[in-house]
Design a protein around this ligand. Structure first.
Ligand SMILES: Cc1cc2nc3c(=O)[nH]c(=O)nc-3n(C[C@H](O)[C@H](O)[C@H](O)COP(=O)(O)O)c2cc1C
Length: 166
């Protein structure tokens, strides 16, 4: 991503400052949740995540659990759920040790990109995804995967603010 000094960026490290797992009490408090408000206030949300045991890290799952809030980010209509989020970009940068893309015998094991695409589509956002994969397959595979992910990232322009980076 090109550096733009006009962007107002809030950085959150969910590993250093984790959100507690979802519970019934936390669920009941969701409507006044700060996390969903921060998500709604941002024009662009950038999520960087590793791939843990075929899915997203549990810290990120705890954040996702605060974002899917009925009445704020989605509603149920006569024809089923409707996403309420508009005018927002969500960009996901995923790093995977193995290869899960099309044609891989492991593609059915991929539950991180698919989960995030589902969650954000559910709330109304067509998420943009950058993947660096095969990082555990040796130095050359790692270097080339990171390089091509960076090329994709640089092609994205970020022009509005504020930004939340997770
Ligand atoms: C706890 C843990 C579980 C992991 N599980 C998987 C996995 O199921 N599949 C995979 O391809 N890579 C797995 N990895 C590798 C990470 O996805 C890989 O290291 C990724 O690049 C994370 O970013 P990093 O470079 O900062 O470690 C795992 C790594 C850790 C630490």
């Amino acid at each position: 991503m090109e550096t733009d000094p006009t962007l107002e960026v809030t950085y959150r490290d969910l590993a250093a400052e984790p959100i507690a797992h979802m519970t019934l009490d936390a669920f009941l408090a969701l409507e006044s949740g700060e996390d969903v408000q921060q998500f709604l206030d941002a024009d662009i949300v950038v999520i960087g995540a590793g791939f843990y045991n075929f899915s997203i890290p549990s810290q990120l799952k705890a954040w996702v659990d605060r974002i899917a809030v009925r009445g704020k980010t989605f509603a149920y209509g006569e024809n089923g759920p409707v996403g309420l989020v508009t005018g927002k970009r969500v960009i996901v940068a995923l790093a995977r040790g193995n290869v899960y893309g099309e044609g891989s015998p492991y593609s059915a094991y991929e539950h991180a990109e698919t989960l995030l695409r589902s969650i954000f589509s559910f709330v109304g956002v067509d998420v943009e995804v950058i993947v660096a994969e095969g990082l555990g397959r040796g130095e050359e595979a790692r270097r080339s995967a990171i390089e091509s992910a960076l090329v994709q990232a640089r092609q994205m322009s970020l022009s509005s603010d504020p930004v939340v980076a997770l």
